[in-house]
Ligand binder design. Structure first.
Ligand SMILES: CC(C)(COP(=O)(O)OP(=O)(O)OC[C@H]1O[C@@H](n2cnc3c(N)ncnc32)[C@H](O)[C@@H]1OP(=O)(O)O)[C@@H](O)C(=O)NCCC(=O)NCCS
Length: 181
């Protein structure tokens, strides 16, 4: 982690007008194929994770208006199996923004075309960092919630951010105490 203010460009170099989550929402829809699955026809978790990262990355870059890279993915759940032939819908929404990072929430649903049954199969939260032309973190526009749901998502994202920072700090402290830093 670098020191505060280490981003390569000043805030004035970017349009930091607050943006609503809906403005950068992304939906990816894809039918699962044989190459996505194991011999039993169950889709690999990694295939779903790639779609999640792709959708979330697009939402992050739309919000920021430039490149952004994944720095963390947490809370990735696999609640129900996804099988070959299912049509998978991946929805990504920016939940909240920090100084140079932002959290994107993703929900995955799978639909069986024959029966019309639609299942919530995965959720995840990803953190992206926006990069300037020098490849260093740059400031990002704040999130402007438009609904109670946006506000709830933003509030929960702040709690997750605090938990991530506290966990990292606690681990660093223990390593320093043991002289392993
Ligand atoms: C993105 C990258 C340049 C950030 O460098 P860094 O020195 O950690 O930058 P900083 O310490 O200034 O942190 C930048 C922001 O990222 C956040 N961050 C960094 N690591 C994080 C982590 N593991 N989890 C959550 N947030 C993280 C910081 O909290 C900070 O957020 P804020 O500005 O909103 O407060 C560097 O981590 C990197 O290049 N990572 C690889 C990214 C990549 O290649 N992704 C593709 C996966 S293969």
């Amino acid at each position: 982690m670098s020191e505060p203010g280490a981003e390569g460009a000043a805030a004035g170099d970017y349009d930091l007008t607050p943006r609503p989550p809906g403005a950068s929402a992304v939906t990816l829809i894809q039918q699962m194929e044989l190459a996505d699955a194991n011999l039993l026809g169950n889709v690999h978790g990694g295939v779903i994770m790639r779609l999640v990262d792709t959708a979330a990355g697009l939402a992050a870059m739309k919000h920021v208006g430039g490149p952004a890279v994944t720095v963390a993915m947490d809370g990735m759940s696999f609640l129900e199996p996804v099988v070959v032939g299912d049509v998978v819908t991946v929805r990504a929404l920016v939940n909240d923004a920090g100084r140079t990072s932002l959290e994107v929430g993703v929900r995955v649903e799978a639909e069986n075309i024959a029966t019309g049954r639609r299942t919530h199969t995965s959720s995840a939260y990803l953190v992206f960092v926006a990069l300037g032309p020098d490849g260093r973190p740059r400031p990002v526009p704040p999130v402007a919630p438009e609904s109670d749901l946006d506000l709830r998502r933003q509030h929960e994202a702040k709690l997750r951010r605090e938990a991530r920072l506290a966990r990292t700090a606690a681990i660093e402290r223990i390593r320093e105490e043991r002289g392993e830093a």
